[in-house]
Write a protein of this length. Structure first.
Length: 193
């Protein structure tokens, strides 16, 4: 059975709203184990290693990625490495630059984990930059009202994607994400009706 691997954003958790919405939708459609949402390390290299292990474990049955914000940045790297179809939701395409403003002490508001974000972690992010993504792999979802990221950066980084959802208004969390759960599960071939 194909799986959808949800990759959460910076200082989020495996129980983020979008992950929960997708897991609930899959369960209602008789696929309770189809959406995976791991609790990732805050360290980029360790998070990628966790995700690679999950992908490799499930690759034979089919894996689709979905990443939000920093999770979208990770998802693009993994999509290219493993040739996977991927949904990017308000992705942080310039993560190595954007996260420099968060250097120093951090505390994840969902897990309460405290840690120190350093320049070495920005170098780990630099190693994940994809210069030329393969457009046919991606469904890009952006809302122009994103208060954290400039949606135009994602449009520039991912031109001519297989599918584009661009909406006026909204915010970084992607307002009314629930509208897309059925289409996302179909994109991942979890449901086929």
């Amino acid at each position: 059975m194909p799986v959808l691997l949800y990759i959460h954003w910076f200082n989020s958790s495996d129980r983020s709203h979008k992950a929960t919405v997708l897991m609930d939708a899959a369960a209602k459609m008789g696929q309770p184990n189809a959406v995976l949402s791991p609790c990732l390390s805050w360290q980029p290299a360790k998070a990628i290693a966790q995700l690679e292990a999950m992908i490799e474990k499930n690759l034979s049955q089919g894996v689709t990625l979905i990443g939000s914000s920093l999770g979208g940045f990770y998802a693009a790297f993994l999509a290219e490495k493993y040739h996977l179809n991927t949904v990017l939701v308000n992705p942080a395409v310039q993560a190595p630059t954007l996260l420099t403003r968060h250097l120093g002490h951090q505390q994840n508001p969902y897990t309460n984990e405290a840690y120190e974000l350093t320049g070495a972690h920005m170098l780990e992010l630099e190693n994940l930059v994809i210069a030329q993504p393969t457009p046919k792999r991606y469904w890009l979802m952006v809302q122009e009202g994103d208060e954290v990221l400039d949606y135009r950066a994602a449009l520039t980084a991912f031109p001519q994607v297989a599918r584009l959802t661009q909406e006026a208004g909204g915010d970084h969390r992607f307002v009314d994400f629930e509208r897309f759960t059925g289409d996302i599960l179909r994109f991942a071939q979890i449901i086929t009706d």
